[in-house]
Write a protein that binds this ligand. Structure first.
Ligand SMILES: [Zn+2]
Length: 298
């Protein structure tokens, strides 16, 4: 398996989102946190990709990061991802005999008994420190960009540049695009246009746009994105239209509706609601909306 394909899968972990009723809906952080802790453990020589012990060192490294990213209703429990990461297809936890996959709750008392290993090619990729570093940076930019924002990392070598078919400003990873199109159901957040040909998922007229560009934010979390048709993507990137923190569209005064039908169409967007994803965990976040609005050409 190629590193780029592996990183795409890390972007697409089945993390689950918290129920709206609990407030503050968001993606659960546990699986990416566990992987970051495992990479630490391998770096330190306390684990190998083929033998990741369920141990206090792993729990401690999980907890250290968990305390930085937790939201009010998250539980500090590395045992769940240790077991359920198996559902993502590149990880399996085993009973003490080393052959029986774990199908039960894992407890603190299992320390020293159970272990996990990477599978499906990940065991080879994660054996290399440089690969682990790229995977770590991908996990951070996708799931925990706010931990990066205070001190953005040095320029990240882009392992996807050979496979990405879009300019970098439109997304560092094809997985970002796929996620955005999925949560917006291939619909432009400005005009509602949805054109999707049945011949394949990738034939869509809708783009995945970053609110704060990746080059500036290193933020590939879906809440830093919007699905937009080509017209509205073009206009937003030129600061002619902007979604605001009020979740409505704003249009630059430079647009003169009398000049052309194109400008008339853009002008009519003023005050319209931003069309949002169904799952509130993926609604665009305030920082990105505010960043866009402040750049709107007056
Ligand atoms: Zn549109």
């Amino acid at each position: 398996m190629l590193l780029a394909a592996a990183i795409e899968r890390l972007y697409d972990l089945h993390v689950g989102t918290t129920p709206v009723e609990e407030g503050c809906p968001h993606e659960r952080p546990h699986k990416p946190l566990l992987l970051l802790a495992v990479f630490d453990l391998i770096d330190e020589g306390l684990a190998t990709p083929e033998h990741i012990p369920w141990c206090q060192a792993l729990r401690d490294r999980f907890t250290a990061r968990f305390l930085l990213v937790r939201k009010h209703n998250d539980q500090n429990n590395p045992d769940l991802p240790f077991r359920y990461l198996a559902g993502d297809g590149f990880w399996q936890a085993f009973e003490a005999n080393g052959t029986t996959p774990i199908r039960r709750e894992i407890r603190v008392s299992d320390i020293g008994k159970v272990f996990a290993r990477f599978t499906d090619g990940f065991q080879y990729l994660t054996a290399t420190p440089a690969n682990r570093q790229l995977m770590r940076e991908a996990l951070m930019s996708r799931y925990f960009p706010h931990l990066l924002s205070s001190h953005p990392p040095s320029p990240i070598p882009n392992p996807l540049s050979l496979v990405a078919d879009e300019p970098l400003e439109y997304g560092r990873s094809p997985a970002f695009r796929r996620k955005i199109l999925e949560i917006y159901d291939h619909q432009c957040a400005a005009c509602g246009l949805r054109i999707r040909l049945s011949s394949g998922n990738d034939v869509s007229f809708i783009d995945a746009a970053h609110l704060i560009p990746f080059s500036e934010s290193h933020n590939d979390h879906p809440t830093n994105g919007l699905a937009l048709c080509k017209n509205h993507h073009w206009a937003m990137d030129r600061d002619i239209i902007a979604p605001g923190p009020d979740l409505h569209w704003h249009v630059s005064k430079l647009i003169d509706p009398r000049r052309s039908n194109g400008e008339k169409d853009l002008h009519e967007l003023e005050g319209k609601s931003v069309l949002l994803p169904k799952d509130p965990a993926f609604h665009p976040e305030w920082e990105g909306l505010s960043w866009r609005l402040t750049r709107l050409t007056a």
